[in-house]
Design a protein around this ligand. Structure first.
Ligand code: NAD
Ligand code: MG
Length: 397
């Protein structure tokens, strides 16, 4: 019997982290948890440490780390507690680690995901923001260090499953003409502009099909999630903006499709449950059980498709424009979006202010060429700063 593969889960207390641990717990002979990380949720992290007994637990927040260390000590557990960004990198690149699940939300997930790629790990990438901000640098790190990159985002995992093994030689050379990226359309798909103006965070957090973290749920409601995913698909599969088409598919049963030059369209279908792409990526190229029920096509009954409306949902247009601008534009888009989503969740701005704020940032800060990580870090900081200034000015009006 082979030794179990050692896994680090970055963002273990989040929606993807919890689903990953659920799949891992079904296969104790195959996987052992080496390290778990979180921002500050001591209660959930303590429970996870008690169940999985990792070598390391990393908290981003120093007070939370102290509380966790005390609690683990009381329980007599050997798990070592670390804190801060360097510790996140350390458990991502540790020589004992085989697999890293990168499931921190937002720009904060970029450095540890990069560390895993540079250490040549099998990287399961949920943190799409890494590719949006630093796609070129990340893909180079994967290539030059022999890392294996597997997409967790359900759409990209579906596309990966539908592409030929030769896709990295170029999509056209592999006979691929288009990537059809599906989107549920979110809870406000049928809302008028007037209705969108007054939606609340509670309404936006109520996604029709998927249960996810707060940030990605709001991104789904604005269609920025699909915009970020367009940029993610560009880097993962070498697809130009023209080769990616967004298709609204309200049932979320088809997770995305690949269209070939002979007219074939391949799709991956399943129940909307992230344990399927997580299990696929964990075991790839093998298959393991995930705990997800088999798809009942008779209960599904129908699959609908429609074109996205970028007038009511301008975030999707802004993301396509940032991709075409290239350089630091996608990092600026991402930074402004993170500030805007946060402000919306706190009730400081209206739903329709989210795209307004992002567009303002993109119009005011020119895109620069990215040559190193510092360029991305600076763009993120400038994007956030400009967005904060806009917020202050708007709020005092
Ligand atoms: P979440 O908010 O539920 O969890 C985020 C995790 O990251 C938590 O463990 C939190 O403690 C940690 N974290 C937050 N801020 C941090 C910081 N500054 N430093 C260190 N750790 C921090 O998010 P989620 O829904 O699990 O999403 C995680 C990532 O996966 C996102 O990039 C999201 O876009 C992507 N994703 C999620 C889903 C989904 O179904 N949830 C689907 C596709 C892609
Ligand atoms: Mg997705």
């Amino acid at each position: 019997m082979n030794q179990p593969q050692q896994i680090t889960i970055l963002g273990a207390t989040g929606s993807i982290g919890v689903s990953t641990l659920d799949v891992v717990s079904r296969h104790p002979q195959r996987y052992r948890v080496f390290a778990l990380t979180a921002h500050s949720n001591v209660v959930v992290m303590l429970a996870q440490c008690l169940q999985f007994q990792p070598d390391f637990a990393v908290m981003m927040d120093a007070d939370a780390a102290e509380q966790l260390a005390q609690a683990l000590d009381n329980e007599g557990l050997q798990t070592q507690v670390l804190c801060g960004i360097e510790a996140l990198e350390q458990v991502a690149e540790h020589q004992q680690v085989d697999i890293v699940m990168a499931a921190i939300v937002g720009a904060a997930g970029m450095r540890p995901a990069l560390a895993a790629a540079k250490a040549g790990k099998k990287v399961l990438l949920a943190n799409k923001e890494t590719l949006v901000m630093a796609g070129h640098l990340f893909m180079e790190a994967v290539k030059h260090n022999g890392a294996t990159l597997l997409p967790i985002d359900s759409e990209h995992n579906a596309i990966f499953q539908c592409l030929p093994a030769t896709f990295s030689d170029g999509l056209l050379a592999s006979g691929v003409t288009k990537i059809l990226l599906t989107a549920s359309g979110g809870p406000f798909r049928r809302y008028s502009q007037a209705q969108l103006a007054t939606v609340t965070p509670e309404q936006a957090l109520n996604h029709p099909n998927w249960s996810m973290g707060r940030k990605v749920t709001i991104d789904s409601a604005t269609l920025m999630n699909k915009g970020l995913e367009v940029i993610e698909a560009h880097w993962l599969f070498g697809a130009s903006a023209a080769q990616i088409e967004v298709v609204i598919h309200p049932q979320s049963v088809i997770h995305s499709m690949v269209q070939y030059s002979d007219g074939s369209v391949l799709a991956e279908l399943g129940n909307p449950d992230m344990r399927t792409p997580i299990a696929h990526a964990l075991a790839w190229p093998e298959r393991i059980t995930s705990g997800v029920a088999a798809l009942d096509l008779f209960a599904t009954a129908r699959l609908d498709f429609e074109a996205p409306d970028t007038v009511r949902f301008p975030c999707l247009r802004l993301a396509f424009e940032a991709l075409q601008q290239a350089g630091t534009a996608p990092a600026l888009l991402n930074a402004a979006n993170e500030v805007a989503v946060d402000a919306f969740l706190q009730g400081k701005i209206a739903f329709l202010d989210i795209p307004r704020l992002i567009e303002t940032v993109l119009e005011n800060i020119p895109s620069r060429i990215v040559t190193c990580l510092q360029d991305v870090v600076e763009a993120n900081a400038v994007g956030r700063e400009t967005a904060e200034v806009w917020l202050k000015e708007t709020m005092t009006c």
